[in-house]
Design a protein around this ligand. Structure first.
Ligand SMILES: Cc1cc2nc3c(=O)[nH]c(=O)nc-3n(C[C@H](O)[C@H](O)[C@H](O)COP(=O)(O)O)c2cc1C
Length: 171
């Protein structure tokens, strides 16, 4: 069984436990490391050509505009195929209720037929939010299985929980 993690994560200013903090590693990035250690997964990072503003308050407005426009921001690199994998984990933050538009841009370009998808949402209170409703359409042909919501402030101490979840997910 081959495993892959596709993730997006914001480094720098983010909202943690009610205030803006500077993160050297994003929360979804931390979770990605926990999963890849636990189940020996390859990792692909989704990143946009145009960076979001470093200022958190500006970034949330940029993200809101993209959500409203159903934007598909250009990515630095596109994963061409998931053919080599059996289990694909998607990991990313809750941005205004669903994943950042960049994640959907990547997912929609892939054919997940015959693949199993598990996903994690990092958040500051909204949990999985509307992400579950978006997954079937975003991951064409996939069998959508396990999901996990991780509160951003707890991400650094969530390794055991995430590792157990990931091992169970891949069976
Ligand atoms: C643009 C933007 C929008 C956000 N919207 C929400 C939200 O609607 N609900 C929520 O619980 N958290 C929201 N957050 C907080 C992030 O989901 C949370 O900080 C998460 O842990 C970030 O993960 P990351 O460090 O991997 O990017 C938002 C953060 C950003 C930057």
């Amino acid at each position: 069984m081959k495993n892959l993690v596709i993730f997006y994560s914001r480094r720098g200013q983010n909202y943690v436990n009610g205030s803006v903090k500077n993160l050297s590693k994003g929360n979804a990035e931390l979770i990605t490391g926990f999963i890849s250690n636990a189940v020996d997964a390859d990792v692909f990072e989704v990143d946009t050509v145009k960076p979001y503003d470093q200022d958190y308050m500006v970034c949330i407005e940029e993200a809101k505009a993209e959500l409203r426009a159903k934007a598909r921001p250009e990515l630095k690199e596109y994963l061409k195929s998931v053919d080599a994998y059996d289990n694909i984990f998607i990991v990313g933050p809750n941005w205004w209720g669903i994943y950042p538009m960049a994640i959907y841009n990547q997912l929609e370009k892939l054919d997940f037929t015959g693949k199993t998808v598990h996903y994690v949402v990092t958040h500051e209170g909204s949990g999985l939010g509307g992400v579950p409703k978006t997954m079937k359409k975003a991951c064409k042909g996939a069998k959508i299985c396990e999901s996990l919501a991780v509160h951003g402030g707890s991400a650094p101490s969530s390794e055991a929980k995430v590792a157990n979840w990931a091992r169970k997910a891949v069976g």
